[in-house]
Design a protein around this ligand. Structure first.
Ligand SMILES: Cc1cc2nc3c(=O)[nH]c(=O)nc-3n(C[C@H](O)[C@H](O)[C@H](O)COP(=O)(O)OP(=O)(O)OC[C@H]3O[C@@H](n4cnc5c(N)ncnc54)[C@H](O)[C@@H]3O)c2cc1C
Ligand SMILES: NC(=O)c1ccc[n+]([C@@H]2O[C@H](COP(=O)([O-])OP(=O)(O)OC[C@H]3O[C@@H](n4cnc5c(N)ncnc54)[C@H](OP(=O)(O)O)[C@@H]3O)[C@@H](O)[C@H]2O)c1
Length: 400
């Protein structure tokens, strides 16, 4: 193992040893240079605390840059998605495109002079009981600090379900994290498995390219309009929750949704018994905010199918006995955290890689361990965590 030295000195030394480098980090180590890692680094800086951000990819916000489709737009208004200390540019629309969001992330990192170390995939992180420090190992280095901040995201890895027969399918099978545009599926019959926001939006995109999407809906789902009376549904819900109990707010949202969208059950999109916000709070399941897919379902351009029984060489068989032929399959089956694969000897996380302590207290563990962006509350949750973590570490930093 190489010698320990300060991170700045180590950064200046560009040459790489074959043996692993050991870097003693001034301030916390942040794993992940997505919005959560960047927001926390910026807030720490405001408290005078330096940090080192480690990122497995070659750029910041890699989920947004490499693993999202072209037509993606934020589905919450921009003021609910901005990071602490620096908001979106004023000239951005209410719902910025993914390219605008990436440009905001880049200006954010450059404004706070955040320079992550790229190509550093954290393989293990473990607390050293003897020295009282975190040892974080990547493929070529070991980083050591009193503080470790987990910012690898709720969506770190795609969920690839093991559906019977899927290996025998003759055409391409793609997860939405690799889907870019419907142009690759022009005029094709496509089976889209999953009906979350990704599944719905991919189906809509496919329609624009004259493809025929068959969307698998195996369960109940809440579909809400993105806006009600010209205001964002999410914003309305947030405002109502300040005054009314959750169950009443859910009832009001469903009343207006049913009034404006009609009964979605008739389209094969059965609503869960629990209301949309309560369900989100209890299970983390996000309601779909409709940006046009529902109209395509009503017009028959997107076909809703029941759960898949098995995939065949040419298509799929469904639970209700139907059988269809398709040219391609898109898995819109969601994402998962990867924390259990690299964070060792720590029982703060569930086996699914989410903090056991629920929001709003899941940001702080023990022994200098913190988590940001695991609130199931999107970028709003990230901002809240980042501010609290920075204040907490800032306090400790001042006493050292
Ligand atoms: C298609 C899509 C659209 C979305 N739209 C919205 C939206 O409109 N509004 C909203 O609030 N939320 C949205 N979300 C949720 C979104 O994930 C978060 O808002 C945001 O990206 C979370 O930021 P994060 O930094 O916590 O995680 P991420 O953006 O996932 O960043 C985590 C970073 O950690 C890195 N990493 C992971 N593992 C390691 C490792 N072992 N070592 C080193 N680095 C690692 C990753 O490469 C990544 O760069 C969307 C998600 C998806 C998938
Ligand atoms: N415009 C936007 O801002 C935007 C766009 C896309 C995504 N997002 C966000 O990104 C996050 C991820 O969304 P997502 O849609 O990718 O994932 P998701 O919300 O987790 O939805 C996954 C879907 O796949 C289904 N599924 C999983 N395994 C299946 C299987 N074996 N067979 C059939 N169906 C299966 C799930 O059904 P069950 O419910 O039955 O498990 C669910 O419908 C969410 O927070 C979402 O809000 C935002």
């Amino acid at each position: 193992m190489g010698s320990c030295k300060g991170v700045e000195q180590e950064q200046q030394q560009q040459h790489r040893h074959n043996e692993a480098n050991c870097v003693l980090v001034q301030g916390p180590i942040i794993v992940g240079a997505g919005p959560s890692g960047l927001a926390t680094s910026a807030c720490l800086k405001q408290h005078g605390v330096p940090s080192l951000v480690l990122e497995r990819s070659v750029c910041i916000a890699s989920l947004w840059q490499h693993r999202t489709y072209d037509r993606l737009k934020l589905h919450l208004p921009k003021h609910f998605c901005q990071l602490p200390l620096l908001g979106f540019p004023r000239n951005f629309p209410k719902y910025p495109t993914k390219h605008q969001f990436i440009s905001y992330m880049e200006s954010y990192a450059s404004h706070f002079s955040i320079q992550p170390r790229f190509n550093q995939a954290v393989k293990t992180a473990e607390f050293d009981q003897v020295l009282g420090v975190w040892r974080v190992k990547t493929q070529d280095s070991e980083y050591i600090s009193r503080w470790l901040i987990v910012a690898t995201g709720e969506n770190a890895e795609p969920v690839i379900p093991d559906i019977p027969g899927i290996d025998s399918f003759k055409g391409p099978v793609v997860h939405t994290n690799l889907y870019k545009s419907g142009s690759e599926f022009k005029n094709q019959r496509v089976l889209v498995i999953g009906c979350g926001n990704s599944g719905m939006e991919v189906c809509l995109d496919l329609c624009r390219y004259n493809a025929i999407p068959h969307m698998v809906v195996r369960n109940t789902v809440h579909v809400l309009p993105r806006e009600m009376f010209g205001f964002s549904t999410f914003g309305i819900a947030m405002a109502l929750l300040k005054w009314f109990p959750l169950k009443l707010v859910d009832k009001l949202l469903l009343l207006v949704s049913n009034f404006t969208m009609g009964n979605t059950d008739r389209l094969g999109l059965r609503r869960p018994k629990t209301g949309p916000i309560e369900l989100k709070n209890v299970t983390g399941k996000t309601p779909v905010l409709d940006v046009g897919a529902l109209a395509q379902i009503k017009s028959g351009k997107i076909m809703v199918m029941e759960g898949v029984k098995e995939i065949t060489r040419n298509g799929a068989k469904f639970m209700d006995g139907q059988e269809i032929e398709v040219d391609s399959i898109i898995l819109a089956t969601g994402y998962k955290s990867n924390v259990p694969t690299w964070l060792k000897g720590c029982d703060f996380f569930t086996k699914d890689g989410m903090p056991k302590t629920p929001f709003p207290n899941g940001w702080k563990a023990e022994r200098g361990l913190y988590t940001v962006g695991f609130t199931r509350r999107g970028l709003l949750g990230t901002a809240s965590d980042a501010v609290k973590i920075a204040a907490d570490i800032g306090e400790q930093w001042r006493t050292i």
